[in-house]
Write a protein that binds this ligand. Structure first.
Ligand SMILES: [Fe+2]
Ligand SMILES: [Fe+2]
Length: 477
């Protein structure tokens, strides 16, 4: 299972034994590099960045640190080790050996699942491509680039599956991954949240906390798949994804801490005075939470979904930690509480658990999101601030599902259009809020220096101090 770095495409899937596949991926590689050059991090190609690269999928080998120029990053194909005698953990095929090839009857839905997941990976790189120009510190710049190269690798992971298992359609889908672009009017990315701009570092930290966390739950559900190459691919992706959410959680924490610090210094919670002091007032942070949480909650899809039920029954996509759950893993008789809107009121109804697997995954996600808010709130409490951040109701600001395009307040009331209109500027970032946050975004790249609106991290990366020179700029930059 060691990774072969002698090949042009590093891999632990024996690529050199499959010349046809190797050639196909080698012909996709230049298109990927062209995409990275055009749509990847802006103006970064001559930087030496202290990045981690996997050298094996063992616990001691997947995080190997060193200075790398990003276009020379060794993007590759890494799967976790096969589990001996693994059986399909759920659905109609429960207990049967996992599939090493795509079952003919599930070819279309599996391809769709892989394409939908794969499309999000380059989308986030596109969304974040200009952030390096306004980084608050070298530490933050390095973490941004780490996430970018890993999202690029996650695209490689999905493209490998498409090329290896889906023949000509797979190759066409792999090309299309580089042709759709985030926010493109003609060829947008597949999912809504991945077409939203990530215009500043507060958006980015919220994105890595809330939207990368959706990725964690989707990957975890696919990591249970009866299609074993997909399960093993997603398991390895999850090890990398943890860092992305760490960046979000600690990043928002540092923004909150810095604001609380200035609140204490000035003895005020007046947003105007805090803005004059160059930090982001807590009500504005709350609005960014509301926005990024609501677009991420949408990513879980319809509460009751025939597609999701079919994926489950077929053994393609499970529940979070499926293999560790009790029950018959078929869900034919089980119920699950589902939020609905009936006769002008939000209600919770017991509905078929099989139809509600999306909603169940969303429930797991919401619980996980809540943990970060509790940590941020403890920091506020410690700093003596009265303000507490909250997750809005799951139906707030939704575009998909039972509450799509209904007017629902953050505290979970179905409200009239007039009430929405008079409060929306308190609930979601306004153009003025965004302009203010944008105005704080100035590039800080001296080691040990950091922008005024965010606190330094408590630790650096890989045991280095936080003020280590994580990115070295070279002539011409
Ligand atoms: Fe990813
Ligand atoms: Fe990610």
């Amino acid at each position: 299972m060691s990774i072969n770095y002698a090949d042009r495409i590093p891999n632990n899937v024996g690529l050199s034994d499959n010349r046809r596949l190797q050639r196909a991926l080698e012909s996709w590689q230049p298109n990927y590099m062209k995409w990275w050059g055009e749509m990847g991090p802006d103006g970064s190609s001559d930087f030496d960045v202290y990045l981690r690269t996997a050298v094996s999928v063992e616990s001691d080998g997947w995080a190997n640190f060193g200075f790398v120029k990003m276009p020379e990053y060794r993007w590759g194909i890494f799967l976790t080790k096969p589990e001996a005698e693994r059986v399909i953990p759920f659905g109609d095929h429960r207990g049967e050996p996992v599939w090493q090839e795509v079952p003919g009857e599930y070819r279309a839905p599996l391809r769709r699942l892989i394409v939908t997941q794969g499309d999000t990976e380059p989308a986030s790189v596109e969304q974040q491509r200009r952030l390096g120009l306004t980084c608050p510190s070298l530490y933050d710049l390095r973490n941004l680039f780490q996430i970018n190269v890993e999202e690029g690798r996650h695209l490689w992971a999905m493209v490998y599956l498409l090329h290896a298992y889906f023949g000509r359609d797979g190759r066409e889908e792999a090309e299309a991954m580089l042709e759709r672009h985030s926010g493109d009017a003609d060829r947008p990315r597949i999912l809504g949240a991945f077409n939203e701009p990530t215009p500043n570092w507060l958006s980015y930290l919220m994105f890595t906390y809330f939207t990368d966390r959706d990725g964690k739950y989707q990957l975890a559900a696919l990591a249970e798949s009866g299609f074993d190459p997909l399960a093993r691919t997603c398991r390895f992706m999850l090890t990398e994804e943890a860092h992305h959410m760490f960046v979000g959680e600690t990043g928002v924490m540092r923004v909150v801490q810095r604001t609380a610090e200035v609140m204490r210094e000035l003895g005020t919670d007046d947003p105007e005075r805090l803005r004059a002091a160059g930090v982001i007032d807590l009500p504005t942070i709350q609005k960014y939470v509301n926005f990024h949480y609501s677009v991420s909650v949408d990513l879980f899809g319809q509460e009751i979904s025939t597609n999701a039920a079919n994926y489950f029954t077929a053994g393609l996509k499970g529940r979070y930690l499926e293999s560790r759950l009790d029950g018959d893993h078929r869900l034919t008789a089980d119920l699950w509480p589902v939020h609905t809107v009936r006769e002008g009121r939000i209600a919770v109804e017991q509905l078929s658990a099989l139809g509600a697997v999306n909603e169940r995954l969303r429930d797991d996600y919401i619980k996980d999101c809540q943990r970060g808010l509790e940590r941020w709130n403890r920091a506020l409490e410690t700093a003596g601030a009265d303000f507490r951040l909250e997750l809005p109701h799951r139906f707030f600001n939704r575009r998909i599902g039972n509450a799509a395009n209904l007017r629902i307040s953050p505290d979970g009331r179905l409200i009239a259009e007039a009430e929405w209109q008079s409060n929306a500027s308190q609930w979601l970032p306004t153009p003025e809020d965004m302009a203010y946050v944008d105005s704080l975004m100035r590039r800080v790249t001296a080691p040990g220096k950091i922008a005024n609106w965010i606190a330094p991290p408590t630790r650096g990366i890989d045991g280095k101090p936080w003020d280590f020179e994580y990115v070295r700029f070279n002539a011409g930059n």
